[in-house]
Design a protein around this ligand. Structure first.
Ligand code: UDX
Length: 471
């Protein structure tokens, strides 16, 4: 296993922190740099700051030994062979990725570079970013043979980030020189040779003996496009199945059967065909917008992506209209909400469709009692409790005396509720499930009116005529 590689990771967000501890787990020595002193102090003290499985364990294993946290990028640059840039690339007002943090990091590296370094783009960045980094280095007087810029996009998902990092489907290395490609090959050798998977100290439940991942060498521009195109394609798959689910609702077909029938075609595949209330999170909305904007700037018609975004937005409105179809009027209604995070098993609420829906319900005059296993603290910061918004202490507390219960996030614990308890807690036994966590026939047996996405509704009390749901 490669042991003595010295790596710097700039940025200690999801991607940076996970990469830092996982590189240490692979045997490397890592310096993780962040310009936020409080964050650095927290990480040194063992606080991961984000909710992510196995991260606390790895942080405790390596903090202040194989992973050192610091604010000094100059020192990290001098000590490292490869510098991974994993700072944020937020969406600007025009939809473009704001690359000012990446530029600032490149400038700082240029000021302190003392020997050959490989500068690696790990953040999701648009095509041509590698060329800009190169220009910034050259403009700051750095000789061309003192550095290379490589694109090595990260495909990890929140909630399974550690496992995704250590068991990637593929590792993409976009490099225009053999010298830089060789450095990245060495970084990932513990995974690609399979040596890491024979380690006796593997994290239980995450790392098993696995088939080594493929390392795909491409040009830097191809690698940059691979990341945007992958995320845009996954978002497209979700919007596609959401549109199909609407069609299923209009015809009383069942989208689960349709998705299964589609997914069994190996050319389509079964994943990312779960309909719901639309995709959210820190990546898909931002990356689809950025990719669309790149295409626009290059004069390429990629309006397909505009449609992907449109369907995603309308999916939330459609869900609200479903709530209306079950409750008739909304003003003054008490709604129990399960889920605030953008997906299950994370406390991340960035671009969460669940939060958008809570805001829409409040705007309609409902009062909301919301529960989430991990995301309440973060949500309270942007949406404080009020006379119409209460944060509940459990799923059953959220449902207490509510006119309906909405499931907005696919947390595993929401799929295993005690339905008898839930029935007792609710004022009316109405469940509107934006994540299809229950079998409609089971909900019917428990006496619920149950509406979900793209599946026939279950109405136990009286056979209500299907109310129209509009987009
Ligand atoms: C995503 C990509 O999967 C990952 O490769 C990339 O590096 C970052 O963006 P993440 O944002 O963590 O990861 O979440 P993911 O699990 O992909 O889900 C994204 C959104 O799509 C969530 O809101 C989720 O609820 C939604 N989704 C996902 C669906 O609505 N249906 C699906 O079938 C799958």
């Amino acid at each position: 296993m490669a042991k003595d590689m010295q790596i710097a990771v700039v940025g200690s967000g999801y991607v940076g922190l996970v990469a830092a501890v996982c590189f240490a787990e692979m045997g490397h020595d890592v310096i993780c740099v962040d310009n936020d002193e409080r964050k650095v102090a927290a990480l040194q003290g063992g606080d991961t700051l984000i909710h992510e499985d196995h991260l606390p364990e790895l942080l405790n294993r390596y903090r202040n030994t194989k992973v050192r946290f610091m604010t000094d990028l100059a020192e990290a640059t001098r000590e490292s062979q490869a510098i991974f840039i994993a700072v944020g690339t937020p969406q600007s007002e025009t939809g473009d990725a704001d690359l000012s943090y990446v530029e600032a990091v490149a400038c700082e590296i240029a000021r302190s570079i003392n020997s050959y370094k490989v500068i690696v783009e790990k953040s999701t960045v648009p095509v041509y970013t590698n060329e800009w980094i190169r220009k910034v280095m050259e403009r700051n007087g750095v000789a061309r043979d003192l550095f290379d810029v490589v694109s090595n996009p990260e495909f990890l998902r929140e909630g399974s980030a550690v496992s995704d990092f250590l068991h990637p489907d593929r590792i993409v290395v976009g490099s225009d020189t053999a010298r830089a490609a060789a450095v990245l090959a060495e970084v990932y050798a513990p995974l690609t040779t399979g040596a890491y998977y024979t380690n006796a100290n593997l994290i239980p439940g995450v790392c098993s003996v696995a088939a080594p991942p493929v390392l795909l060498n491409t040009s830097t521009k191809s690698a940059e496009i691979i990341k945007h195109a992958s995320n845009a394609f996954l978002a497209l798959k979700i919007s596609f199945i959401n549109a199909v689910s609407n069609l299923c609702e209009a015809t009383d077909a069942n989208v689960e059967q349709v998705a299964r029938g589609m997914g069994l075609d190996s050319r389509i595949g079964p994943k990312f065909l779960r309909p719901g209330i639309g995709y959210g999170g820190s990546c898909f909305p931002k990356d689809v917008a950025a990719f669309r904007s790149v295409a626009e700037q290059l004069g390429i018609d990629f309006s397909l992506l505009t449609e992907v975004e449109k369907i995603n937005e309308s999916q939330k409105k459609r869900f609200l209209s479903k709530v209306r179809s079950a409750l008739w009027t909304l003003r003054g209604k008490r709604i129990g909400v399960l889920g605030l995070a953008f997906k299950g098993e994370t406390d991340d609420i960035r671009e969460s469709p669940a939060i958008d829906l809570v805001e829409m319900l409040l705007a309609e005059g409902c009062s909301v009692a919301a529960y989430d296993p991990a995301a309440i603290k973060r949500t309270e910061e942007i949406m404080p409790a009020s006379t119409t918004l209460r944060y509940a202490s459990s799923s059953y507390d959220a449902a207490q005396d509510a006119d309906a219960l909405l499931i907005l996030t696919d947390w595993q614990e929401f799929a295993t509720l005690d339905l008898t308890e839930m029935h007792k807690a609710l004022r009316y036994p109405i469940v509107i499930d934006g994540r299809n966590l229950y079998d409609p026939s089971v909900m019917l047996q428990h006496g619920f009116t149950y509406l979900s996405v793209g599946r026939p509704a279950a109405h136990p009390i009286h056979n209500l005529r299907r109310q129209p749901v509009t987009s």
